[in-house]
Design a protein around this ligand. Structure first.
Ligand code: VGL
Ligand code: ZN
Length: 198
């Protein structure tokens, strides 16, 4: 089973100074660059939203960032606008190694639906195509790192485990947003899905 590193959303807007900064987000770039050499394959994910995306608080008059709203597919956190297609904030962190990236999976580009997971959008049914890509290439032993631990990393890892991949999360190479205890909830969800937290 080919060991595959999946680097989740290591983008300018999720690092200090960005629109949805995760504390310490930039500090995991150097360790992730170094660990790439220990993997046969590297895949990157990229959060990629249109400016009028439904997950942005700005697009809901009167709504505060980090409040909850109801979408047709369930509850949704309203975020500060981030990773807008074509903006600097949507770029990968400038020091992230791109030379090993065999694929970049973009997600969240449909206006009416958010996508934390790299496999399925938040309706749990619209696929990104990553499952087929990994299966066809026999990349079945997955190691997740990146941002944010408790949203895109956790949701991606849980979806991967549910689909039968072997899944580990290298927690030291992640950082959490930790909104209302979301970090511990994410850890519990990952453990229950049979994921190794390293
Ligand atoms: C993420 C919130 C909104 C993430 C993306 O990468 O964890 N979180 N969009
Ligand atoms: Zn997003």
């Amino acid at each position: 089973m080919a060991k595959t590193l999946i680097v989740v959303d290591l983008q300018v807007d999720f690092c200090p100074g960005g629109k949805l900064a995760v504390a310490g987000g930039d500090e995991i770039v150097a360790p992730i660059n170094a660990m790439m050499d220990d993997f046969e394959h590297v895949v990157l994910t990229q959060d990629w939203h249109p400016a009028d995306h439904a997950s942005f608080a700005d697009n809901h008059p009167g709504a505060m960032p980090f409040s909850l709203t109801q979408m047709p597919y369930g509850p949704q956190v309203l975020w500060p606008a981030h990773c807008v297609i074509g903006t600097e904030g949507a770029n990968f962190h400038p020091e992230l190694r791109l030379d090993r990236a065999e694929a970049v999976i973009r997600k969240g580009f449909r206006k009416h639906i958010d996508s934390y997971s790299a496999f399925f959008e938040n309706d749990y049914s619209t696929p990104t195509g990553l499952t087929g890509y990994l299966r066809e290439r026999e990349m079945e032993d997955l190691y997740f790192v990146g941002l944010a631990h408790d949203f895109c990393v956790a949701w991606s890892a849980v979806d991967a485990a549910r689909q039968g991949f072997r899944v580990s999360v290298i927690e030291a190479a992640t950082c959490a947003i930790d909104l209302n205890g979301s970090r511990e909830i994410a850890r519990e969800n990952m453990r229950q899905a049979g994921i190794s937290l390293l």
